[in-house]
Design a protein around this ligand. Sequence first.
Ligand code: NI
Length: 249
Amino acid sequence: MFTDTHCHIYQEYYEDISLIINNASSLGVNRFINNGCDYKSNLEVLDLINKYPNMYGAIGIHPENVDTYTQSDLNHLEANLTNPKVIAIGEIGLDYHYTKDNKDAQIKLFETQLSLAEKYHLPVIVHNRDATLDTIETLKKYKVTGVIHSFSGSLETAQIYLKMGFYLGINGVITFKNANLKDIIKNLPLNKLLLETDSPYLTPEPYRGTQNNPEHIIDIANFVANLFNITLEELSKITNENITHLFDI
Ligand code: NI
C-alpha cells in the first residue's frame, strides 16, 4: 500500500473525483494528502477530506497567489488548522521562476505561514522553484519540520535539508529521461524520502503528455524500488514509516 503525499485533487482538474480515488485505491494507492493553494482550493480540500476517510488535507497559500490573497484567506486558513484531518500547512514556499520582483511579499507570506506551523505544531509542505537559498534561510528561522516537495536540487542541497530535519518529496520528475535526479536520489537515505505525484502535474514516464493522477504513485514507486534495488513491499514499508514519523496520520 502506498500514499500519495502530494496531490491537487480538485473539481477544476477532475470530473469524477470518486473514480480517481477508487481507481488509485484498487491499485494499492490507498491514502492521499490533498494540497490546497489558495482560499478556493483550501475550501475544496476541507470539503473532500470530510467526504473521503482516506484523504487528508494540507491547506496553505501558494507563492503564485502572493499578489491576490487576502487577510481573510489567512484567517480562514488558521481557523481550520485544528481540524484533525488537516495534517500540514501546504503548499507554501517561494517561487522566483517567473519573477523575483515580489520576493519580499513572497517571503512575508511564507513566514506568516511558518509562524502558524510553529503555533499549531504542524509540518509544512514546501514549494521551492529557483529560490533555494532564500527557502533555506527562511526555514532556518522557524522551529518546523516538513517535506521539500518535488525535490530536484543537488546532493549538497539535499544534505542541507536533511540536516534541518526535512524529508524530500520524489515524484515523476525522477523518471524523466534527461533527468540526473536519480543519480542524486540514490545517494540519499530512503528513510528521508516521500513519494508523491503532484497530480495533475508532472506525469511520470512513460505517460508524459497525459494528465497525472494518484495511481501513478505505483509507477514512481517501481522506479524508486529499482533504483535502490529493493522490492515494492520494502519500499512501501519504509515510505509509510516515514509518513508516520512526519505526519499525524
Ligand atoms: Ni503541488
